[in-house]
Design a protein around this ligand. Structure first.
Ligand code: ADP
Ligand code: MG
Length: 335
């Protein structure tokens, strides 16, 4: 047996598998890019559960031709963070577009204010074509077709159009919750369309979780040693069968972090039966140096320097708020 170096193509496809698990991961990366580009309007269109088509259009900064060419290369980013503990953008790895281009048919049209017209670049299964002029008034439009056509093994793991489409909806809802200053729309043959106009955080929460959540929620605002928790937590009587209505954010980044989800559960331990899930939109704010977001390629997990402090703050704030709302452990039965 002899050792051989992997081809560039192979390296890219392996790396892509980490970032692009499923269509929803593509949507997440593209919407995050749009937010990082300062977009005020983001339109997401999907078909075939996102396997057939994902299109994300924004009115952000756009890219000049040279940047467009760099954008689809691996480890190329305009968001260089010398200090990985001081990341203020949603992206920082410079891997998403290259990964998507390695496993799908990717085309990006973009227009920067410094350019007389827009440019469009296409990547198919890792092969990058030269940019061509494109008609575009501003911003960026990314189209991904035939996701995983270059990695048929991965395609076999997809759960079916319905499940992939609802995972996409979930990703967009979470990012929309974190950014009420951005107008979102989500449409395409995968679903009935949805629009979220610009408004306050409270209005966005109501748009995403329903007016009745607002009527059945307690405001949370607590701080300890520089860590602040704010948002809305549902009354113990307002519960669900799964965690899909639990929205957790760390410094504006949607996360599905075990520690945070565990703390949320613990906050309701005495007032909700174990098989039910509280509804909540909770925003944790802390010094970026106190949290590492570079734990996993999809950035869904984070690591806190002082996990005990964070957990204690969340559990304490929830218990106190629930108590203050007049709810007693006996009223719903805890087992
Ligand atoms: P990262 O976001 O980690 O930098 P990506 O592969 O997602 O890596 O994007 C590479 C680069 O392409 C970004 O750093 C950014 O400069 C540019 N880019 C991507 N999407 C957009 C967009 N919608 N608008 C403007 N620039 C973009
Ligand atoms: Mg990115």
């Amino acid at each position: 047996m002899s050792i051989r170096r992997l081809s560039e193509d192979m390296i890219n496809r392996i790396a892509a598998g980490e970032v692009v698990e499923r269509p929803a991961s593509v949507v997440k990366e593209l919407v995050e890019n749009a937010i990082d580009a300062g977009a005020r309007r983001i339109e997401v269109v999907t078909a075939g559960g996102g396997i057939g088509l994902i299109r994300v259009a924004d009115d952000g900064s756009g890219m000049v031709r040279a940047d467009l060419e760099l954008a689809v290369e691996r480890h190329a980013t305009s968001k260089l963070a010398e200090d990985l503990l001081d990341i203020r953008t949603l992206g920082f790895r410079g891997e998403a577009l290259a990964s998507i281009g390695a496993v799908a048919r990717l085309s990006i049209a973009s227009r920067h204010a410094d350019e007389p017209h827009g440019w469009e670049i296409a990547v198919e299964g890792g092969r990058i074509a030269a940019p061509k002029p494109a008609a575009l008034s501003g911003g960026t439009r990314v189209e991904v077709r035939d996701l995983f056509f270059a990695t048929p093994a991965r395609l076999k793991f997809m759960k079916g159009e319905r499940a992939e489409a609802s995972a996409i909806t979930d990703v967009v809802r979470r990012l929309a919750m974190a950014h009420p200053e951005v107008r979102f729309s989500l449409s395409g043959s995968d679903r009935a369309g949805a629009e979220f106009p610009v408004g306050s955080r409270e209005a966005r929460i109501a748009a995403l979780l329903g007016e009745d959540f607002g009527d059945n929620a307690i405001p949370i605002d607590a701080a300890r040693e520089g860590v602040r928790l704010s948002g809305l937590a549902g009354l113990p009587t307002f519960h669900r069968a799964n965690s899909l209505q639990q929205f957790l954010f760390v410094n504006g980044r949607p996360v599905r972090d075990k520690l945070l989800m565990g703390a949320l559960r613990a906050g309701y331990m005495d007032v909700m039966s174990r098989d039910r899930f509280p509804v909540a939109a909770l925003f944790l704010e802390l010094d970026p140096h106190e949290v590492d977001v570079n734990v996993h390629p999809t950035k869904a997990d984070v690591r806190f320097r002082d996990p005990g402090l964070v957990r204690g703050l969340i559990v304490g704030a929830l218990r106190q708020a629930i108590l203050a709302s007049g709810h007693r452990a006996t009223s719903t039965g805890s087992t």
